[in-house]
Design a protein around this ligand. Structure first.
Ligand SMILES: Cc1cc2nc3c(=O)[nH]c(=O)nc-3n(C[C@H](O)[C@H](O)[C@H](O)COP(=O)(O)OP(=O)(O)OC[C@H]3O[C@@H](n4cnc5c(N)ncnc54)[C@H](O)[C@@H]3O)c2cc1C
Length: 412
C-alpha cells in the first residue's frame, strides 16, 4: 500500500486514530488539521498564571471504552489513565448530604447494582423493581422514544431517575432526558453495566495534551504520517489523494461539502477554579444533585499536582442556560459552599469555558452522497449507536481505515 496516498481531514481523536491505523497498514497518510495543534475537542492550553496545562474540560471514561483502551495501549499511554477499582458514584444533595452508589465487586454486576441502588438513602423496593423493568425493556426501544418516555413507561420512581438515570443521561449523552434517545441510552446502559470491568469510571491523570494527543502525534510521526497544521480543507477538490477520510463533526463536514442543513449539538460548560487554600472533597469526582453544577472534579488530585494551587472544575453538561458567566460562577461557588458547609475564600483564578458545540447529538442522520473514494466517519451518532464520546471517535477512526483498506483491496 506504500504507493497509495490517503488524506485524513480533521486532527481530532477520530482523525488521528484513522491516520494511525492507515499508516500501520502501510499507506502514505497526509493529515490535515485546520487548528494550530492536533487534538480537536480533546485539547489543553497552557495557563501561565497558574503554570499549568488546562483541558477545555476534564474527560471521563468508562471501562466499556474498549477501543480507547486498546488505542492507549498501542500508543504506550495506558499509564496516563487512572481507574476506579469498582464502580462508585459519589453523590450529594441538600437533604441527604453525601452518599455513594457503590457496586460491590464480589457480587455479579447486575445484582451489585440493584443492591447498590436499594441501599441508597431514600430508596426502597420500588427502585429495585424499576431497575428490573429497565433491564427487561432495554432491548426493544424504538427510534423515536425519548429517555423520559421510557422512564414513564417503566414507572421509574422520581428518586431513581434523579439519583442515577438523569445523571448518566446528562453525563454520557450530553442531552436532557426529554429529548435524549432511549435506544442509544439503552445501549450505553447495556454496555456499561455488563461487567464490573466495564462499569468502573476512569480519567486522564495528565492533561489531555500529554496523556492522549502527544503520544498519538509521536506515534504518527514515527510512522511517517505527514501532519499539516493550520490547513483548513475547504473543498474535496483541494485533495488529489487515492482516498479521503473525513473525520469531522457533522456540522464541519456539512460546511466542507456545502450542505446547508442544521446539525443538533449541545454545549458543555466547564468552570475551572483555582484556590490557595486546600479544599477537601469526599471524592475526586463528586456528583451534585438538584444543583446547577452537576459534577465537581478535583483536577489537582486527578493529575497528582499536590504542590500547586488547588484546581477544581465544575461541569455542566447540556448547558442551555442563558445566565451570564458572572452569574453562573457565583451560583456554582455558592453551591459548593452549601455542599461542603464551608465559607470559601475567593478563588485565586477562575476560567469559564463553554464549548457551544461540545457534542453532536444522537439523531437519525441520512447518509451523505459522496464520491466512492471519500469516506465519512465524522461525529454523526445514529440512534441506537454510541453517543458522541472519545470511544465513538476512536471507533470511527478504526472503521475508516478498514473501509479504505477494503476499497483498495476490491479495486486491486
Ligand atoms: C468540554 C468537553 C467535554 C467532553 N467530555 C467528554 C468526556 O468526559 N468523555 C468523552 O468520552 N467525551 C467527552 N467529550 C466529547 C469528545 O471530546 C469528542 O466526542 C471527541 O473528542 C470528538 O473527536 P473527533 O475527532 O470526532 O472530533 P474533533 O475533536 O472535533 O476533531 C475534528 C477536527 O477537525 C478539525 N477541522 C474542522 N474542519 C476542518 C477542515 N475543514 N479542515 C481541516 N480540519 C478541520 C477541527 O479543528 C478538529 O480538530 C467532551 C467534549 C467537550 C468539548
Amino acid at each position: 500500500m506504500q504507493s497509495k496516498r490517503v488524506a485524513v481531514v480533521g486532527g481530532g481523536v477520530a482523525g488521528m486514530t484513522a491516520a494511525l491505523r492507515l499508516a500501520e497498514s502501510g499507506y502514505h497518510v497526509d493529515l490535515f488539521e485546520s487548528a494550530p495543534a492536533l487534538g480537536g475537542r480533546t485539547k489543553s492550553f497552557y495557563d501561565e498564571e497558574v503554570d499549568e496545562w488546562v483541558d477545555n474540560g476534564p474527560h471521563a471514561m468508562v471501562g466499556a471504552y474498549h477501543a480507547t483502551l486498546k488505542l492507549l495501549e498501542d500508543i504506550d499511554a495506558t499509564q496516563y489513565a487512572s481507574w476506579q477499582s469498582s464502580l462508585t458514584l459519589s453523590l450529594w444533595d441538600e437533604q441527604r448530604g453525601f452518599f455513594d452508589l457503590k457496586a460491590a465487586s464480589w457480587l455479579p454486576v447486575n445484582i451489585a447494582l440493584i443492591w447498590a441502588v436499594y441501599r441508597l438513602p431514600g430508596h426502597d423496593f420500588s427502585s429495585v423493581k424499576a431497575m428490573l423493568r429497565l433491564a427487561m425493556t432495554m432491548h426493544n426501544r424504538n427510534e423515536e422514544q425519548t429517555v423520559q418516555q421510557w422512564m414513564h413507561e417503566i414507572a421509574a420512581p422520581k428518586r431513581l431517575v434523579e439519583d442515577m438515570l438523569e445523571v448518566l443521561c446528562l453525563g454520557v449523552m450530553n442531552e436532557p432526558m426529554n429529548t435524549a434517545k432511549a435506544k442509544t441510552f439503552a445501549l450505553v446502559l447495556a454496555l456499561s453495566f455488563s461487567s464490573h470491568r466495564n462499569a468502573k469510571m476512569g480519567w486522564f491523570n495528565q492533561p489531555l495534551s500529554q496523556a492522549l494527543v502527544a503520544p498519538l502525534a509521536d506515534k504518527l510521526r514515527s510512522l511517517g504520517v505527514n501532519i499539516e497544521l493550520r490547513s483548513s480543507i475547504r473543498s474535496l477538490d483541494d485533495l488529489n489523494h487515492d482516498s479521503i477520510v473525513l473525520a469531522l463533526p457533522a456540522f464541519a463536514r456539512n460546511r466542507l461539502l456545502g450542505i446547508n442543513e442544521d446539525v443538533a449539538t449541545q454545549a458543555i460548560t466547564n468552570i475551572h477554579l483555582w484556590f490557595e487554600d486546600k479544599i477537601e472533597l469526599p471524592n475526586i469526582m463528586q456528583g451534585m444533585l438538584g444543583t446547577y453544577g452537576q459534577w465537581l472534579f478535583d483536577v489537582s488530585a486527578m493529575t497528582n499536582q499536590e504542590n500547586k494551587l488547588q484546581h477544581l472544575c465544575v461541569i455542566i453538561s447540556a448547558d442551555e442556560s442563558e445566565k451570564s458567566q458572572g452569574e453562573l460562577i457565583a451560583l456554582v461557588l455558592s453551591e459548593i459552599e452549601t455542599m461542603l458547609a464551608v465559607k470559601l475564600t475567593q478563588p485565586k483564578k477562575v476560567r469559564f469555558i463553554r464549548e457551544k458545540r461540545a457534542t453532536v447529538l444522537v439523531r437519525a442522520f441520512e447518509d451523505v452522497d459522496l464520491p466512492s473514494h471519500v469516506f465519512d466517519v465524522g461525529e454523526a451518532p445514529q440512534i441506537g449507536e454510541l453517543p458522541a464520546t472519545i470511544e465513538l471517535a476512536v471507533k470511527a477512526g478504526e472503521k475508516s481505515a478498514q473501509m479504505v483498506h477494503l476499497s483498495h483491496e476490491k479495486s486491486a
